[in-house]
Design a protein around this ligand. Structure first.
Ligand code: APR
Ligand code: MG
Length: 273
């Protein structure tokens, strides 16, 4: 199986153009958070804005907004997101993401179906993951399940997934036509064209609530600043793990918080560009 190496990262990370303005790197729209899981919205938002994007808009419940603003005043919000879903100005966005801090329910599914009906890249995680079929579309769909979520959305049995994660992810990607980032120790990224990579960074400090929400934000942001969407995903997974590897050089793996990944990212990213 192919591994996404340090050299690959160095070769493919984008240079920030000297004449860039905030429009150059696009606007991400993340649909995340709910009354009892506002923190997932915060984590994905911070990670996204740390990952190269120009602007971030959030689609969320009003109760979530103060939490996001407190931690990330750079964020703006779609007024009446759930009510206005069908007439959102999608030509205004670069990448769409949904799921962190969302329950898997009809409201979330309506967001997912609306996002999938556009021509934009779509990242789906957590509550936005469900067993469904995907129509052929112009831009990629990226799913980021942990093994439990993967079993739920693929209806593959547990033994099959545990025996050969790479083969299971590749089979799912080929079947559905979407990209799957099957998370865990040595995350597998399987593209629908059959290309599959194993990630080599990361450690058990990541086994803590919120690190997946952070990864969703990183993938979303990186999609906005990379020309090649595959490189964006592979680099996001790699740097997410590299931040955790940086943490354990001087600190116990028991102690890392998901939000600290985003704090380490600027320094870790710099080592590769
Ligand atoms: N080694 C390396 N990486 C690991 C390890 C490990 N031992 N354990 C976990 N990770 C990484 C995974 O690869 C992934 O990137 O940590 C991240 C964990 O992601 P999630 O399982 O999605 O965690 P979390 O952010 O808590 O999810 C939040 O989404 O998955 C749902 O039910 C979950 O509602 C919750 C929400
Ligand atoms: Mg998760």
């Amino acid at each position: 199986m192919k591994k996404w190496s340090k050299e690959n990262v160095v070769d493919t990370l984008p240079v920030r153009k000297s004449d860039a303005h905030k429009g150059t790197y696009g606007t991400a729209l993340i649909a995340a958070g709910s009354r009892f899981m506002p923190g997932a919205a915060v984590l994905s938002a911070i990670a996204c804005m740390r990952s190269g994007v120009g602007k971030l808009e959030m689609g969320t419940e009003e109760s979530v907004i103060p939490y996001v603003i407190q931690h990330l005043p750079e964020t703006t919000f779609v007024p009446g997101f759930y009510e206005r879903l069908n007439d959102l100005p999608f030509n205004h966005y670069t990448v769409l993401a949904a799921g962190p801090g969302r329950e898997e329910n009809d409201e979330t599914e309506k967001v997912v179906q609306t996002f999938l009906s556009t021509d934009l890249p779509v990242v789906l995680d957590a509550g936005a993951l469900r067993e469904r079929t995907y129509q052929k579309r112009k831009s990629p769909v990226i799913l980021t399940p942990h093994p439990g979520e993967f079993i739920r959305i693929s209806s593959f049995d547990k033994e099959k997934v545990e025996q050969d994660r790479q083969a299971a992810a590749a089979e799912f990607a080929a079947q559905t036509g979407v990209t799957v980032v099957l998370k865990g120790k040595e995350t597998i990224t399987a593209f629908p064209d059959g290309e599959t990579y194993m990630n080599t960074t990361g450690n058990s400090s990541l086994s803590k609530g919120g690190t997946g929400d952070t990864l969703t934000g990183m993938i979303t942001g990186m999609l906005c600043c990379h020309d090649d969407w595959k490189h964006a995903i592979l680099n996001a997974v790699y740097l997410h793990g590299a931040c955790a590897d940086h943490w354990i050089k001087t600190r116990s793996p028991h102690t890392m918080l998901a939000s600290e990944l985003s704090e380490l990212l600027p320094e870790v990213w710099k080592k590769y560009e």
